[in-house]
Design a binder for this molecule. Sequence first.
Ligand code: AMP
Ligand code: MG
Length: 316
Amino acid sequence: MRNIYPNIIKFNSNNLIKIIKILKKDGIIGLPTETVYGLGGNAYSSSAIKKIYKVKKRIKNNPLIIHYYSFNDAKKDVILDRNFYKIYKKFSPGPITYIVKKKRNSKINSLACSNLKTVGIRFPKNIIIRKLLKKINFPLAMPSANKSSSVSSVKAEDVFEEFQNKVKVVDGGISKIGIESTVLNLVGSICILRPGKITPKQIESILKIKIKIPSRQNTIRSPGSLKKHYSPGIPIYINKKRCPKKHAFLTFGKKYPVTRNCFNLSKKSNLNEAAKNLYKFFRSIKNKGYKKIYVAKIPNEGIGIALNDRLKRASS
Ligand code: AMP
Ligand code: MG
């Protein structure tokens, strides 16, 4: 049978060499992480960074997250304080991004940070990306592998749907978590700029201070918090009790009907399962030709805070 996804490649030792070659030549490539798929390139190379912004059609004032193998690699480029180490010890590698100060002699490309004095850094846990990061001597600038303002990719085929033959993608199966990392600001007043799997409560329990999620963030602080984001490109209506048959109904829990237009994020009312299904359902609903999505109420706790954040933005 003809391979309909010639740009999706398996992760093996031969391909690892090829991937490293692409990255060393300032190429960019789709890579799996435990949150969503990323579009990675050498964070020290202006040519690689330009390609990322171009392929994603991303506005230049939306900075990229820089991915390292460990804090030892990161500390060459950024200033790490006590709060950072406390949280790092508990949650990294994992689904959390830290906004920290950039060092004056940092090698990170300034366009990747939108010329800010701060940088978002993450230490992903996915085994493929870790094996790769361990082998290269530069960090990866890696935004989510989707066109700007569209839905993130949770499998290699999604990345292909976004970019077709423009980039290769490493197949790492379905993303374990399914929504983007928590973005924690550690510069100035500590707060969460983007909710994710790691919750404010979890951070509070370590830092022993109240952690807020500011509702009105200015666009420079965290441009990804722009209201319109994470959208499947069709209208979304949230907190709905019922839905007309011709529209898609995204539900949660067992009290909802099992009709053709119903897409249950988690029959067991499991928020982690719901997070894993959210973008997958967005994509399939759109591909099935529905013109509108109604969404049932989702508990605003744990990863549900992040789910509601994405739904709110997608619906705006
Ligand atoms: P994405 O690359 O699509 O996962 O989005 C990355 C998110 O991290 C966006 O919301 C960015 O605005 C945010 N981010 C990255 N770097 C910084 C930074 N230096 N300061 C504030 N937010 C940042
Ligand atoms: Mg994104």
